[in-house]
Design a protein around this ligand. Sequence first.
Ligand SMILES: [Zn+2]
Length: 161
Amino acid sequence: MLRSVLRGKPQLRKYLSRCRHCRIYFLTDPRNIGRNDLGCPFGCIKADRKERSKSRSTEYYRSDWGRKKKKLLNDRRGKNKQSNESLKEQSGKEEGCYESGEMVVDSETVNYLQGVVSLIEGFRVTEEEILTMLKAKMRQHSMDKGKRIDYIFRYHPGMPP
Ligand SMILES: [Zn+2]
């Protein structure tokens, strides 16, 4: 799809970027033109961020105070094992796109689409317009498939990506 867009709009070629992790091509924000250290918005940026916060917390737990705190958390975790497991189930849902007929759209996807559609259309498209477009597309899609899919928009306007 990206290829056909670029054929029709060769001026967008300069926005073409490649993910340094999964090597997928995507259109980037005008601010990032020419960078080759970008992560794609389809999960790699998120993974990057998780990795960074993990190494931060490893450092934190190496400190004496942090170690005590971790032990406290672990003890507590043992006691609340059951509630922890249901928490895990909930967060697992957020990772996948299709899960028991539900589709999760997160703010990263919405932001990416907003950027790309704005580039293609040549004017700034709002988040609301993207959401409206997505909802219409999805309704169409689930009708085509002849089954009902509940789409969940895990999206909070104004939230940083
Ligand atoms: Zn990637």
